[in-house]
Design a protein around this ligand. Structure first.
Ligand code: PLP
Length: 476
């Protein structure tokens, strides 16, 4: 076994990993990366098909991001944001604000809620911490504005917002969360628009056509209306409606039907409920537009960003919010209204410098068109997967896809998790030079934006071969 692998086995405890299984075989040790490729301890190369757990945008070792980090390193790596300002964090905040307020959203004004600009940036380090900051701000804001003394949060079934206790409380993934139930604060949830397994979907499963035939009456939206009616009847209010816009990631790459978010957000707004958008995964172009909420004409009151913010180079996150929220924390020193919250690495210079460079790459002329073209090629390749009877659903938006494996496409019966179908398929994929990580029976493909059409096709081809290898080469 490679000496590094040995040390890993001896000392490292990996996240979301059954270590008993991990220690049975030599792990892949990543030694370097270039573009969409990673190289391991034996010189084997792989396509990074989950963008290093959804973080990487422009590929590894991008000269422009490397240069930005190096230049910043020549000045200083880190100084505290507690009591001190710094250059790259300020430049980044300006850039984030500029890009988070598209003009088209401000022409329409809602009567019940003054839509205000996202113009304040609170930095932290990870998706979970960006969410925690939003929760605390929204909670305190709801109390200070007199909306509720003990407001709750409303989130969507299967939601994942990170692994800190607040994020777990608002999250709704049973498998991850039930063992910590005793530590959590109560939250409410509404049904997820998981069309493939919709209890109201009465159409027979005949693939793409089924979705068109589905006599959808937006029952899921009706449920949200009822939820808000119920809380208003009790004379209570939510501190915030928390959602992953356009696509719920960990939930199973559940792509929301077009218009769902706009409707849901309108209902929340009518109930004067602030919107908390978790764009930790969807932010920075993953679903097409720079921020997914805007695709649905939704401007949240809190915009939480992390994963792709630095291009996938360094841990850094941001919670954007409005002047109204910011103002509710103002007052004389001895009113003690400051936001008592922060981290040692808040506003880190290296992360901010990388983020500014990454944003410049995203906004470069032609970049959006290139991404769109790649997303079309990706979609075309994915369509080939429907031929396998073990592929139940292929969900896709922009440059992210989830392929749900089932025992039989006609019955939609899921595989027992014990069978580790997803894990086995991903292992086969690794043997064929494509790295990704499953979520249960779902295979995730999330190519970095720098991929060529050939690379994206290879990811999908290898997935197909691997499904055949594990489950059998059947065709419908
Ligand atoms: C990954 C993720 C998080 C948590 O981010 P971390 O950086 O892992 O803490 C939160 N929300 C969504 C939607 C995510 O995909």
């Amino acid at each position: 076994m490679h000496p590094i692998a040995k040390k890993d086995h001896q000392h490292i405890w990996h996240p979301f990993t059954q270590m008993q299984d991990w220690c049975k075989e030599e792990p892949i040790v990543i030694m370097s990366g270039k573009g969409a490729e990673l190289e391991d301890q034996h010189g084997r190369r792989y396509l990074d098909a989950n963008a290093s757990i959804w973080t990487n945008l422009h590929g590894h070792g991008h000269p422009r991001i490397n240069r930005a980090i190096r230049q910043q390193l020549g000045k200083i790596a880190h100084s505290s944001a507690l009591g001190l300002a710094n250059e790259p964090a300020s430049l980044l905040a300006e850039q984030l604000v500029r890009n988070a307020n598209p003009a088209k959203l401000f022409r329409k004004t809602s009567s019940s809620w003054k839509q205000s600009k996202l113009n304040k940036v609170f930095y932290s380090d990870d998706g979970a911490t960006a969410m925690e900051a939003a929760f605390k701000l929204a909670y305190e804001h709801a109390r200070r504005s007199g909306r509720s003394r003990k407001p709750k949060f409303l989130s969507i079934d299967h939601a994942y917002h990170g692994d800190t206790i607040g994020a777990v409380s608002v999250g709704q993934v049973d498998l991850f969360h039930r063992s910590f139930a005793g530590l959590l604060f109560p939250t409410d949830k509404v049904m997820s628009p998981y069309c493939y397994r919709c209890p109201f979907n009465r159409a027979k499963p005949d693939r793409v056509e089924a979705r068109q035939q589905r006599k959808c009456q937006w029952e899921c939206i009706g449920k949200i209306e009822k939820r808000f009616e119920a809380i208003q009847k009790k004379n209570r209010a939510y501190a915030g409606f928390v959602f992953e816009p356009v696509i719920q990631g960990v939930a199973g790459m559940i792509v929301q039907p077009k218009g769902w978010l706009e409707r849901a957000a309108t209902i929340a707004r009518q109930a004067r409920t602030p919107l908390i958008a978790d764009e930790v995964m969807t932010g920075f172009g993953r679903t097409g537009s720079l921020f997914a909420s805007h695709q649905e004409n939704v401007q949240p009151d809190f915009l939480c960003l992390a994963k792709g913010m630095t291009g996938g180079y360094l841990p850094m996150a941001a919670t954007l919010t409005t002047q109204v929220v910011y103002d509710s924390f103002l007052g004389p020193y001895d009113s003690y209204k400051s936001f008592f919250h922060g981290h040692s690495y808040t506003g880190n210079q290296l992360g901010a410098a990388a983020s500014v460079a990454s944003l410049a790459l995203l906004k470069a002329p032609g970049a959006a068109v290139l991404r769109k073209g790649l997303a079309c090629d990706f979609k075309e390749a994915l369509d080939g997967l429907w031929e396998s009877p073990f592929v139940g659903d292929v969900r896709h938006t922009g440059l992210v896809a989830g392929v749900e494996l089932v025992r039989d496409w006609k019955t939609r019966l899921p595989w027992d998790l014990k069978k580790q179908v997803g894990i086995r398929v991903c292992r086969e994929m690794a043997d064929r030079g494509v790295l990704t990580r499953p979520i249960g029976n779902l295979i995730v493909l999330m190519p970095p934006y720098c991929c060529s059409t050939r690379q994206v096709r290879k990811m999908v081809d290898v997935l197909k071969q691997s499904i055949d290898a594990v489950l059998g080469k059947k065709r419908i």
